[in-house]
Design a protein around this ligand. Structure first.
Ligand SMILES: [Zn+2]
Length: 224
């Protein structure tokens, strides 16, 4: 019999594919409103660190022509989504996991070959066996990996909250359909400030596109 992997802490952050490729303006597949989404992601990660919550991250592993693009800059995780005590698993067909994973590490990074983490044996096992009171989802893309992850978790009976303003999308219409489907299947849709409060930061700290640089110079908008 398989013993479930239990988290003493009630909430866990599920951080989906927060890689430079999707979230920075110079990435080939940059999301819409990347500045706003990045600020919210940064806020959620800072909050999770203060609350000592564990983080499960997935990253898309895209082997290049030489099988080497895993380490290329575009596929690296956004720096503030990394915790110092972390362990990363590259994709293989093993389901091995240490029992004391969340005692020894604050963050587990699961690399995937496909958008859907449940097609990856180790990620499937960890996400299926994990018992937490609430899984808080951020990342991207809403119409891709986020939808696949959230619907898979709901199917497995997990309680899932999606922070919709900390989720990136490329196609607004498809994302709206995906969010409606997640909600219909039982996900709670919330905003970053409902959980992590608001931020006074003016900078994404990472992206130097025209928009990010311009916004940093403007005074903070009341209520924005
Ligand atoms: Zn930018």
């Amino acid at each position: 019999m398989i013993r479930p992997i239990k988290l003493r802490r009630k909430r866990v952050v599920i951080d989906i594919d927060t890689q430079r490729e999707f979230f920075l303006a110079d990435g080939d597949s940059c999301i819409r409103n990347h500045r706003r989404v990045l600020m919210n992601i940064r806020r959620v990660l800072a909050w999770s660190r203060v609350k000592n919550m564990r983080v499960i991250s997935t990253t898309l592993f895209k082997p290049g022509r030489n099988g080497d693009s895993f380490n290329s800059p575009g596929w690296q995780k956004i720096s503030y989504t990394l915790r110092s005590k972390r362990i990363e698993f590259i994709p293989d067909d093993s389901t091995d996991l240490q029992r004391d994973l969340f005692t020894r590490y604050d963050q587990v990074i699961l690399d995937k070959r496909t958008a859907d983490p449940f097609e990856e044996p180790r990620a499937d096992r960890l996400l299926s066996e994990l018992h937490a009171d609430e899984m808080i989802v951020i990342g991207g893309l809403a119409e891709g990996a986020v939808a696949a992850t959230v619907l898979g978790l709901l199917q497995r009976g997990k309680r899932v909250t999606v922070l919709i303003d900390a989720v990136g999308t490329q196609d607004r219409q498809k994302a709206d359909v995906a969010f409606r489907k997640m909600k219909a299947k039982g996900a709670l849709l919330a905003e970053t400030r409902d959980y992590a409060g608001t931020t006074h930061l003016r900078s994404t700290g990472l992206c130097d596109c025209k928009l990010c640089r311009l916004e940093e110079k403007l005074p903070a908008t009341v209520g924005a």
